[in-house]
Design a protein around this ligand. Sequence first.
Ligand code: 13P
Length: 328
Amino acid sequence: MIKDTINKIFQKSKGILAADESSKTIIKRLTALGLDGNEKKITEYRNILFGTSDLNKFISGVILYKDTLEKQQINGVNVPDFLISKNIIPGIKVDGGLESFNGSDIESYTKGLDKLKEDYERYYKLGARFSKWRSVFSISTKNNNPTDDLIEKNTNDLADYAKISQESGLLPFIEPEILRDGDHNIKETREVFERVFKSLFEKLAEKNVDFDSLILKTSFVVSGSMLPEDAPEIVQKETVEIFNKYIPEKMGGIVFLSGGLTPEQSFSYLNAVIKEAKKEEFLTPISFSYSRALQNNTMSHWSKDTEKILETQEVFSKDLKKASEALE
Ligand code: 13P
């Protein structure tokens, strides 16, 4: 069943739309563009995304926020049922967001592990077939972040989450997001990837998580956002080297997040990594699971005139097509 979900997700030329921003995050994005940040506006906006006529040409799965999975309707139909009718698999963000780690104002862990199990049955009944848990790691060489303690805590929780999700019949997406914010160079980013991935894959093995029923959602290995843009050739080399070193042979798949990179960077890095992976005979399926890289142009276009729905959907469709073409 979980394997079936993996096969459907990694269909040729298709990827994942992450539409699981928390209410707080999406309100911040809408208000930054001068729109009202209320529930009605959020529903209206997300229904433009879901209602785009060729969504299923480029998208095989959508990660939803709990409220969207449980309450939102489009054309009188529950959102997950609507997506299923278009052959798109609904997924659910199950983590409870971030909380300061040991009182730190830089480091955070992810809440919600204690109540996780009880909600899965409901999510499954509503149609969700995969789930996502995000942990974050900030890089600061000056402050020695991330600390070993945080890596231990977050990777342990990611592995526990993955086990619970597999036992509940939903394909887990583990997302250890290594943040770009800062002035660290790509070698320093690479070192953090090494520490996080080493610990993560050890914990997953210790807890007997099935690698062939597991998806890794990862950042690209890039320099901090305060440094000049990296050439795709560097990103592809560093990223695929990390994959070759840590990803078990049987891994179900890998998807990338966009992490605040521009749409162009997110598409060109994806394409470069896919080409390098092929060259290196790295066989795990790779795709995208973007939020901002797919939505930024669309949201910005809509904010200029919220009546222009079809025109907004055309903007969205163009970026979906570019992401899909990056998989070739
Ligand atoms: P970005 O592509 O904007 O990094 O988002 C990924 C994600 O998982 C959002 O929840």
